[in-house]
Every structure is written in C-alpha cells, then in structure tokens.
Design a protein around this ligand. Sequence first.
Ligand code: WTA
Length: 688
Amino acid sequence: MVAADDRDTRADVPEVEVSEAQIAVHWREEPYYYPSAKFIAQANAGDPAILERFSEQNFPECFRVYADLLSWDAYWHTTLDTSNPPFWKWFVGGRLNACYNCVDRHLAASANKAAFIWVPEPENEPTLALTYQELYRRVNEFAALLRDFAGVKTGDRVTLHLPMVPELPIAMLACARLGAIHSQVFAGFSGAACGDRIADAESKVLITMDGYYRAGDLLDHKVKADEAVARAAQQGCTVEKVLVFRRHAGQYASKSPMVDGRDFFVDDILPQFRNKLVAPVSMPAESTLFLMYTSGTTGRPKGCQHSTGGYLSYVAGTSKYYLDIHPEDTYWCFADIGWITGHSYIVYGPLALGTTSVMYEGTPTYPDAGRPWRIAERLGVNIFHTSPTTIRMLRKVGPDEPAKYNYHFKLMTTVGEPIEPDVWRWYYDVIGKGEAVITDTWWQTETGGFLGCQLPALAPMKPGSCGPGVLGVFPVIYDENGEVVPPGSGRAGNMCIRNPWPGVFQGIWKQPERFVQTYYAKYCRNPESKDWRDWPYFSGDGAVQAADGYFRILGRVDDVINVAGHRLGTKELESATLTVPEIAEAAAVPVMDELRGRAVEMYVTLKPGVAASTEITEKVTKAIETEIGKIARPKSIWIVSDLPKTRSAKIMRRILAGISNFTDVGDTTTLANPEVVEEIRRAVQKAK
Ligand code: WTA
C-alpha cells in the first residue's frame, strides 16, 4: 500500500490477489446474429479479399492500406522498424501533419460540410454546425494564439482540461498543427488529478473553461484550474499561462478570480489573431501527437504516448472499416473526448476521413431519456457509438423511448467494458430496431484503436463477444506460464497480442522501464531478440476464446477496476483514502454492479483511539473526489477492525472481494488473522 505522499514509482508488475476477471459471471455460448443484405451491399469492407490482404504473411506491409488513407509530406522508407524492441517504430522516414490531415485537406471538396454538429445542453441554446471551413479558421487562430501569445513551440506539452465543447477539438488540432503534444485531462477529473498530470508532462500552459452544463447545472470548472496549478507547483512545475475559454463569450461563469499575468480569457485575446493562418508543421511519423494518462498498478498515472503517423493511420483505417463511415454518414460517438475513445473515434479517426460528427454537452438522460433519440432523429444520425453503462442506464430509465422516435441506425458500437448478452439484445432490438449491425470493439488507451472486433459485413455478431482480432492484429490467450490456451478449451487466460500494430503506444512518458515491464516483460521470450515474434503485448485483460475464434473479455487481471468504462487504479483509490488523517489502512475491491458493470468498495481501518462514524466515511468519499474525481466515488465504505493479511502483512483484497460479491473467499489458512474474515463477512453481508 502507498501513502499519498509516497507515490510508488516501481515498475508495475501485475501481482494481484483479486481481479475483475475473477469476479466475472460465467456466460453460456450465444447464437450468432447476421448483418442485413442492405448493410453488406454498402459496407466499406464488403469484399472478403481484404482478409487476405491483412493476413499474417502480408504483415507489416498490409498497414500501407491504412497509411494510404492519409496525405503525407514525405513517404516513409521503412514500414516497421523493430531495431529497439519493444519500442516499435512505424512508417519511419515519413512526414505529415495530423491537423492538416484532419482539416486542411478536406477544404477543397468539403469546405461547407459540417465537421461537428454540437448540441449544447440547454435546449434554448442553438445547435452549432461547425463546417470544415469554420474549423480551419478557428484552429488557425487558436494555433496562432498558442504560438505567438502563449509561447508554445513544437514538442512542448500543453495540458487541456476541457469539457465537451467545440473548443476541445479545436485546441487539440491547434496543438497538432504546431507539432505540440496535447494532454487532455477528462473534465470530470479533479483539479488535483489534473495537477499531477500537468507536473508529469511538465506543461507550461493549461487550457480550460470557466464552466459547462451537466444535468441542469452550470458547473464551475475554472476553480479546478487553480487547484491544478497549485498542485503542479508543489511538484516543481510552474504553469505560466492559463488560457480560459468562456462558455458564454464575455460572461464569466466561475467564482474563481483571474490571476493577473497568469490567467487570460481566450475571447479577449483571440481578436488579435483574427483570420491569421499558421502553416502546419511537417512532423516525423514517429513524433508524439499526444499523451493520454491512464491508471495502472501503481499510484502514479501513466502518460501513454501516441505517435503521429502510426496512430493517425490506424484510427483512420479502423474508422473506415469497423465504424463503416462513408462521406455521407452522420456519426455520433457518445464518449467524452477526455478519454481515448473520444480522441480516436470523435476527433482523429472521423476527421481524417472528413466525417460529419455529432458532439453533445450534458448527459444522455437529462432532461429525459428521450434526448439521444430526439437528437438522432433531428440530425439524421445513422452511426451510433456508445458504452454498455450508457446502454444499461438508458434501458433502465427509458426502455420504450427509442420506439417513439424516427431515426435509423445502420451501425452501432459498444466499447469500454464487457456487455452482458441481455443488454446487448436490448441494444440490438430496441435501440437498433433490429436493423443495425453491432460492433463490440475491445481495445485500450494504450492500443490507440480497436484490437478485437468482427468486420461488420463479413462476420456475424455474437452477443457478449468482441469477435476475432481486427485486420492485421493477431491476439492470443496465454496462461501464466506462457502456454497458449487453445480456442474452445473453455479456459480463461491473459489476452495478449502477438504482433505490433501502427496504433500501439510508443511508451509511457518518462517511464520507459515501466512500459517494458508492464506490457512486454511478462511474455517476452528473449530480451535480446529483435524479432517482434518474441515480444507479445500483454493487455492486462482476462479472456476466453470460443472454438470459432471469437474472444470474450472478462475484465482486468491487474489492480485496475473498470467502473462504467473508466479505469481506476486500486492504489490511486487507496492513496486518496489514506489522505484522511483518521484512516490507518485501506483496500479497494471491485464489485459487480447492475448499472456500471463494476463498482468500487473500500475497506478501511482506523487509527487507534478513533471511533467509527459517518463523518469518517464522508471524509473518505470527499478525499477520493478531491484526489481523483466524482467518477471514482466508492459504492460503499466499510470500516472494519482489521483487514485480512498474510503473515508478511500483505492485505488480501481477494478475500474482501469475495465478501463484497457474496462469492467464495478462497483459502484463508495462510492469513495471519483468519478470525477477521468471519467478522467482516457478518458485518458487511448483513448490511447489504
Ligand atoms: C475494457 C477504452 C470488454 C478492458 C477503449 C480494457 C472492454 C479497458 C472493451 C481499457 C470491450 C474496453 N469489451 N471490455 N469491448 N473495451 N474494455 O483504456 O478491460 O479506458 O483493458 O480504453 O476497458 O479501458 P480504456
């Protein structure tokens, strides 16, 4: 366990006694569902010849098909460079600019086409159609401001803490135009969490907004910027400029004072840069496009580095073939851009293809559960992308709502967590009206884009399974000893990928050893080898593979809990809990949750002489909200007299998870204090 001020910087070698995968329910095999002839006839990947093009013998050259979707300033000479495993390099020698590929090159044919249609939460505010021309103008102006006012240079890191407003993709693209590395922190994360990420990335500039709407409230967001800057300063990182967008131009929605010389309203400065153009900086394919922080096994978050050429090719290619985006489609991905799904499948993939995307502020169920379907009907959305938690929530609060609206989806996606077959069927029958193909896309922050998914026109769907590996990606399940767990064996194991792919992250920012240890050391066959075949990627997920080759993801096998598709590290939760002075020890465990898939329960002990009280549990909740954000709020906090421990004083979370989930607690004979197990069980299970 780590104290808050004693962040664990060891490489995170997965070593867990309880994992999400272990608490997963057992599913039976499900029958196939088939795409309609109408869908197949129009699909981007309708010809089975594509499978041959991406076969293992054509690896890695097959990925030219994806790279050729982009406009390169200089073509690459080496498709895959494996000289420094596992730091793979793709399209070496190539040069390009991501912003140019997402904006400028569409102007000739599609200047007046909407890139984004943005739906604000208040229903009296107008929907905004941001054309490619308008996006071009706004990105250029903001890039000029970043460069000439904020001093941002190629290679600098810029932290963004923006909600779901058009300014977010504009700021990302402006950074990309300059060759600066953006690091967007999910707006729901606390100021402290944002500050830790600023300090790790050593950003000198923070871009934020005064406030935004969520479920009827105008939230004060700028206050978090002050906390973030203070937190970064404690870690020796000085933020020189805070650029504050205003949700309503000219009106300030925050109580936080503007700090003289540090904080600036963007709408005050932008007029100086009106119509200013900034030439896109031609970047090497391997230059880092952005950082995306995610949780791992230690308290310190991991800044996953994504490349410009490989990443952009990969998200463009997978958007084309797995989301089946055509120029005339209207696409709506429900994710927040603050997560990898939004980066890859709201911003970079769809824009690289010149897509019209819907973006919205607020939540799907406010003011009522009909909101998504009203928007889909009004804007003619035909591709819909969301998560199991959203589907479960919409089913619960408005099971009959979709039928009231006249929209038609050709394709729907689910991402981020395992989907229960019953929920899948409701998605298919009720939201998809039995017409839409579903792609269940399995992937991760680290992987840049989809890894497991069936090609929508060429393979049937199976509820609860993400399908086989995607084009050019060859997954395998290994057991703990590195032996292949064969398809159809019914045995679970660790989901791994045998080969590199262009979207794979380049490393963890400033933690190269942790990168190698966490993802490659476990199954590396020979650390001296330069052959990618000796370096399988370990995903940290448990899975089973059916006889037909389809994978079913069970959940994490490491110290990560996936709550509503948001990754939380048990160590981060425990560190936050330990900031409460009365708490002596803490353990976070996953529990099954009807709505969010998994939820977190905290077990804590108190320091000697401290009496249990609701004030203490409230303090724990508050501490977690302050350190991480409201999304990490535990479902229950159990104050107990002692935690089950081994003789070497290691807390046995597995036993606590067994109690929380009413499942077998397993062997307790190796415990130093076996008597506490019954005591905790009685107290907790009685209270549930
Ligand atoms: C889980 C989100 C089952 C998995 C894109 C993974 C899934 C983690 C699926 C990554 C899916 C993602 N089915 N589980 N289709 N997609 N996961 O980094 O446990 O936020 O390791 O990336 O979500 O979460 P992350």
